[in-house]
Design a protein around this ligand. Structure first.
Ligand SMILES: Cc1cc2nc3c(=O)[nH]c(=O)nc-3n(C[C@H](O)[C@H](O)[C@H](O)COP(=O)(O)OP(=O)(O)OC[C@H]3O[C@@H](n4cnc5c(N)ncnc54)[C@H](O)[C@@H]3O)c2cc1C
Length: 462
């Protein structure tokens, strides 16, 4: 259902494409598609969606939100689990038409507009034998992804995405376009490396590129028991930094490459990415093959973009999710995960375990606004379901699993957190000194909290 145009606030009725880029209002043919976000349970109706093409148009859009007092949401790829990229009855700044990418091969750097997707950037950079590490989703937007920190297939080798961020351009709440880096506005540059979209609209990022001719990587499906899961995580931890591993312990979807007798039952679906010579990668990956005979083995030498299978840009799954870090995946933890996964009635339920460490952990905790450098394993717990009436059932399941495997690390990673109150934001996502510093920087650049459709950092007072 869409709001009739007649109900749109007066202030936004006269906006033109010429001023703002594209202007999409309720009633326009594109409106329903443009307001949809990845999260399938989010159904919001903004008063207007602005699709700027230039930083000047972004500044004008920010000024409009400020002047009208309407709510403001900023969106790059629309993949926020909480649907932060869209708001009801307010202004959405959608950067989808700002997807330029300039690669300087000699300097090993790239300027990317914030609306480009991780997959688009990765494919273009790979044509030059270069890469910046993003996550495992092709359609995820660079904007939200980078601002939260960025953990992916090159994290143990080269660090987080923000560790390759060299500079950015950002329109702040007062409409000014600032260039930020280690020397100019270093406080703001620190804050946007993990602090999310709290400080303004980033229009462009400058990234470091790494030489990467290809990887030894892909998907390996293994049967799962608690000892197998414990052994897989132990191998991933013991592996050299070249290997970044994402281990999904899931009830198997009916994928053609998974034997039918496993459909609906727990399996390990591991994504392995060795960013180095294929021969060395094979030696490392063979250790996983030796844990149990794989049910499917697609790990091989391939171009880096091969790590990203094509994704449906129109997918809108409903997911109950919790994010947390674990100190270790021992036998007891593995057993608990398997018991819970087996008991779930969701379409697909499971735990995604990402072994951290390597280059990511060698950066000082206080160097960026991402506070969890020393965490060992990130666990992202999910239940995917179709019927919104089942929400309570799956939320209870996912909360129960989180409680059952909780260890000493009480942190959470902003990019994967769905709904969080102020207590969780300040204690788990931005704990201690990180949260305090972010609140002071927020007070300086966004004292009225214009940018609040996010995991919000409340401006410090006094
Ligand atoms: C399928 C899938 C795979 C994923 N894989 C990974 C992964 O491997 N690693 C990982 O770290 N994360 C991963 N994520 C999480 C992802 O990084 C976050 O959801 C991220 O916020 C998405 O960015 P976006 O631009 O697509 O989202 P949006 O919903 O557009 O934005 C998310 C947040 O960032 C803000 N924002 C977006 N763009 C800007 C901008 N230009 N300026 C200021 N604020 C902005 C928004 O206001 C919002 O608060 C994944 C998510 C999905 C759905």
């Amino acid at each position: 259902m869409t709001t009739p145009l007649g109900k749109a606030p007066l202030a936004i009725r006269g906006l033109t494409d010429e001023q703002y880029g594209r202007v999409i209002r309720p009633g326009d043919a594109e409106y329903d598609l443009a307001r949809a976000v990845y999260a399938g349970d989010v159904d919001r109706e903004p008063a207007v969606i602005l699709r700027p093409r230039t930083a000047a148009q972004v500044a004008l859009a920010v000024a409009l939100a400020r002047a009208t007092g309407l709510d403001l949401a900023v969106r790059s790829g629309g993949h926020s689990a909480a649907g932060h990229g869209v708001c009801d009855a307010g202004v959405v700044i959608d950067l989808v038409d700002m997807r330029g990418l300039e690669i300087d091969v000699d300097a090993g750097t790239a300027w990317a507009e914030a609306g480009i997707s991780a997959g688009e950037y990765t494919s273009i950079a790979a044509e030059h034998g270069l890469a910046t590490g993003f996550g495992d989703g092709t359609t995820v937007g660079l904007g939200g992804f980078t601002l939260g920190g960025g953990i992916g297939y090159l994290t143990r080798k080269h660090g987080m995405t923000v560790d390759d961020l060299l500079a950015a351009e950002i329109v702040t709440a007062d409409g000014e376009l600032l260039s930020v880096d280690e020397h100019d506005h270093p406080d703001l540059f620190w804050a946007i490396r993990g602090g999310g979209g709290n400080f303004g609209v980033v229009t462009r990022f400058k990234f470091r590129l790494h030489e990467l001719d290809g990887v030894y990587g892909g998907m390996m499906v293994l049967p799962v028991t608690a000892p197998i899961l414990e052994a897989v995580i132990a191998e991933a931890e013991a592996a050299p930094d070249e290997l970044s591993t994402i281990v999904n312990v899931w009830t198997a979807p009916p994928f053609p490459f998974v034997p039918e007798e496993y459909h609906g039952k727990p399996i390990i679906l591991a994504m392995l990415c060795y960013a180095g010579p294929a021969a060395a990668g094979k030696v490392v990956v063979d250790r996983f093959r030796a844990i149990a005979p794989p049910l499917a083995d697609m790990v091989k030498a391939m171009p880096y973009p091969g790590m990203f299978p094509p994704a449906d840009p129109l997918a809108h799954p409903i997911i109950a999710a919790r994010n947390m870090f674990l100190d270790r995946v021992d036998l007891a933890t593995a057993e608990t995960i398997l018991d819970h996964v087996t008991a779930s009635s969701a379409m697909v339920a499971g735990a995604q375990l990402r072994v951290l460490g390597g280059a990511m952990a060698r950066v000082a905790v206080e160097a960026t606004a991402f506070a969890h450098r020393r965490s060992k394993v990130m666990a992202h717990l999910t239940a995917v379901y179709a019927d919104p009436a089942e929400a309570d059932l799956h939320e209870t399941w996912v909360e129960g699993l989180m409680t059952a495997i909780r260890q000493s690390d009480s942190g959470a990673y902003v990019n994967f957190v769905a709904h969080a109150g102020q207590e969780q934001i300040r204690s788990a996502i931005y704990p201690g000194a990180t949260g305090e510093r972010l609140a002071r920087i927020k007070a300086r650049y966004d004292p009225t909290n214009l940018f609040r459709s996010n995991h919000n950092i409340v401006p410090a007072t006094g």
